[in-house]
Design a binder for this molecule. Structure first.
Ligand SMILES: Cc1cc2nc3c(=O)[nH]c(=O)nc-3n(C[C@H](O)[C@H](O)[C@H](O)COP(=O)(O)OP(=O)(O)OC[C@H]3O[C@@H](n4cnc5c(N)ncnc54)[C@H](O)[C@@H]3O)c2cc1C
Length: 378
């Protein structure tokens, strides 16, 4: 359960009760579910988890654009189940652009079913040739009559193959580079959209490629204005990066909790591991780094919730620091637990496989560092 003592100064009264309820739900309903055995099972489990999140109204902070609420949810879910956290995160990535730029008709059509967990979203930005450099997007959306025709390939897309609607970033004017990118709402059954196959991760996480060939879209598939897709995508990532940091904090908190239980119980050389100072040093560093990461995370979310237009630097600091911290904490936990820590059935091994991607998706650590330095040098 997220410990709100440290971050209380950044929260509103309703966040305290959300943290308690979310922690109870995550520990009681989510953490107790079995880890899927393979990719097909992970895909089924992701849909089941979305149903649970929708039925319990746990997606509400996304709809309320309550960033601190989203962080509390991701901290609780990250601690209990990285897959459940990913399901929540993707629903946020797919919904936020609709909330920020959608027409009333688009909101009326999509937001209710998304909130109830009936519609799963995906955020399709990355391409084989456009990773960190989003402006290199080569998928095109050319006008035909009142509508558009989409052609191209998206890779490393979470929820590919199981989503009901894809937010697709494509160029309506390749000559204008980033300023020619637009965003489209593409239902999974749109003719010309094909699930090109799964990309299987070491941790349960539905990922894959989608391809567009002569995919015809009506004019009202355009989200926001033509040429504003790049800005919308970056504004969405800017807003949601603190939630990646929060998920990392949840995973690190779980790693620390598992370590504490183990070092108090496990005896070697005639004493509990907890008695040895080299062990204590690891625990102290994990706890201190985790506290610092949580402060950066909730500082960024607080600033956004106060109405700041951009939190570019704060979000990048929170994301890069917290995800690097979580990687170290999980690695330390595996080390403290020893051989049992690398058994696939152990919670810290599951964390070890899950935490790695956080340093990569929604902008790598290096890209966050470039963003921070760019702001410093402005
Ligand atoms: C689990 C997972 C889920 C994902 N889900 C989605 C999704 O739902 N939707 C989506 O659109 N994408 C998704 N992605 C893709 C993700 O956003 C990209 O992997 C990420 O942006 C990095 O792009 P890349 O993999 O092409 O790496 P590259 O951009 O090729 O980078 C490779 C390395 O080079 C470094 N690098 C690149 N440029 C520079 C530079 N200028 N200076 C210094 N170093 C640099 C990077 O930091 C990195 O270390 C997901 C990825 C993963 C792993």
């Amino acid at each position: 359960m997220p410990d709100i003592g440290l971050i209380r100064a950044f929260l509103e009264p309703h966040h305290g009760s959300l943290a308690g309820r979310a922690g109870g739900f995550a520990a009681g309903t989510i953490a107790t579910r079995a880890e899927p055995a393979d990719d097909a099972a992970a895909r089924e489990e992701a849909r089941a988890l979305l149903g649970l999140l929708g039925a319990g109204e746990w997606l509400q902070p996304i709809l309320d654009l309550d960033l601190r609420g989203c962080c509390l949810m991701r901290e609780a879910l990250g601690e209990a189940s990285p897959l459940a956290d990913a399901v929540f995160a993707l629903q946020g990535l797919g919904t936020t652009p609709i909330l920020l730029a959608g027409s009333q008709a688009q909101k009326d059509r999509w937001v209710g079913p998304i909130a109830r967990g009936k519609v799963m979203t995906a955020f399709a930005m990355t391409e084989p040739g456009a990773g960190s450099d989003v402006s290199a997007i080569a998928t095109t959306a050319r006008r035909e009559g009142a509508g558009y025709i989409l052609d191209g390939t998206k890779t490393l897309i979470s929820n590919a193959g199981i989503a009901d609607v894809y937010l697709v970033f494509a160029s309506t004017n390749p000559a204008r580079g980033a300023k020619g990118i637009s965003c489209f709402l593409v239902p999974a059954d749109a003719p010309g959209l094909r699930f090109a196959g799964p990309q299987v991760l070491s941790a349960p996480h539905p990922l894959g490629e989608i391809a567009f060939q002569d995919c015809r879209l009506p004019a009202d598939a355009l989200l926001g204005e033509e040429g504003r897709g790049y800005g919308l995508g970056l504004a969405t990532l800017d807003r949601l990066r603190p939630t990646v940091a929060a998920a990392a904090c949840g995973m690190a908190a779980r790693a620390l909790a598992e370590s504490l239980v183990h070092v108090k119980r496990r005896q070697q050389f005639g004493a509990p591991l907890a008695n040895f100072q080299l062990v204590q040093q690891k625990l102290a560093r994990m706890a201190t780094d985790l506290a610092a990461a949580r402060l950066l995370t909730y500082r960024a979310a607080y600033e956004k919730d106060q109405g700041r237009e951009r939190i570019t630097s704060e979000a990048a600091m929170a994301k890069s620091f917290a995800t690097e911290m979580a990687q170290r904490a999980v690695d330390d936990a595996v080390q403290l637990i020893g051989g049992r820590g690398v058994l696939t059935s152990h919670p810290v091994d599951r964390l070890y496989r899950a935490v790695r991607a956080l340093r990569i998706y929604e902008g790598t650590t290096e890209i966050q560092q470039l963003i921070i330095a760019g702001e410093l040098l402005k």
